[in-house]
Write a protein that binds this ligand. Structure first.
Ligand code: PEP
Ligand code: MN
Length: 266
């Protein structure tokens, strides 16, 4: 079955001085000062076009830090504006969409634990009907390309054309070096099935360990993915969530300097 989608090319809605474009910022917004610090430190790195921060955090077990919530939205939006980035936050329901858009967030993303649920994705799509806001769709936690494509299609049918897929790997059954198995073949298959859809890689959630970010990013670039989302924190070891996989802006710079961007010959 061919799925027809109306997709706006990435370069029409994200401008970056360098390719691939980069989304950077902390796993979670923690304080206004943390957002200001990270935005200021990242401003040294020209490739960063989008500042991310998790505002509502989907945690596996109850009782863990579940995000600062709505009050973090202006921290993200103001820090992004001050340093010339677009802002991006995760949304998991219609209330998140409404709050994020009212606060002026530029780009939304659907997280891996939401992409698995068509009811939630449809609720987000309905809340976005008629709005021209870019949405990034992470792959579902389980290796089901149909769910990933279905979520993208629901948003597209609601009129969202500024869409990109984010490859963040799949929950492993057995222990592997990765936090989430890349299963690159699934991203390659998505590219084959929806050639016009941009794909961005999230090496932070694939690796789960900052030592793996560079090699996973290189693999993504070798597969011609168009961007990277890399969790970046002013003091990664003290991060409230995903501390092991976050990098400092200095470490990010060194990772980027080492990446080889192979320009296709044709
Ligand atoms: C995140 O980006 O911080 C996040 C929760 O990611 P994922 O949905 O990929 O687990
Ligand atoms: Mn995270």
């Amino acid at each position: 079955m061919t799925i027809v989608m109306n997709i706006t090319p990435l370069n029409a809605w994200i401008s970056s001085e360098k390719k691939p474009f980069l989304i950077a910022g902390p796993c979670s917004a923690e304080s206004e000062a943390q957002m200001e610090t990270i935005a200021s430190q990242l401003s040294e790195i020209k490739a960063v076009g989008i500042l991310r921060a998790g505002i509502w955090k989907p945690r596996t077990r109850p009782g863990d830090f579940e995000g600062v919530g709505e009050k973090g939205l202006p921290w993200l939006v103001n820090a992004a504006k001050k340093y010339g980035y677009k802002s991006a936050a995760e949304v998991a329901n219609a209330s998140h969409v409404e709050k994020a858009l009212s606060a002026g967030v530029d780009i939304l993303w659907v997280g891996a634990r939401t992409t698995v649920n068509p009811f939630s994705v449809q609720e987000i799509a309905d809340a976005l009907k008629g709005k021209d806001i870019p949405v990034l769709v992470k792959n579902p936690v389980n290796p089901d390309i149909g769910l990933w494509m279905g979520a993208i299609e629901r948003l597209n049918r609601a009129g969202i054309t500024k869409l990109a897929a984010v490859h963040r790997g799949f929950s492993p059954v057995e222990k592997t070096p990765f936090r989430n198995e890349p299963m690159w073949e699934i991203a390659i298959d998505l590219k084959r099935k929806l050639p016009e859809l941009p794909i961005i890689c999230d090496p932070s959630h694939i690796g789960g360990d900052r030592a793996l970010i560079e090699s996973v990013s290189q693999k993504a670039l070798d597969l011609d993915m168009q961007g990277l989302m890399i969790e970046t924190h002013p003091d990664p070891d003290k991060a409230w969530t995903d501390a092991k996989q976050q990098v400092s802006p200095k470490q990010l710079k060194s990772i980027l300097d080492n990446l080889v961007i192979r320009v296709p010959q044709s």
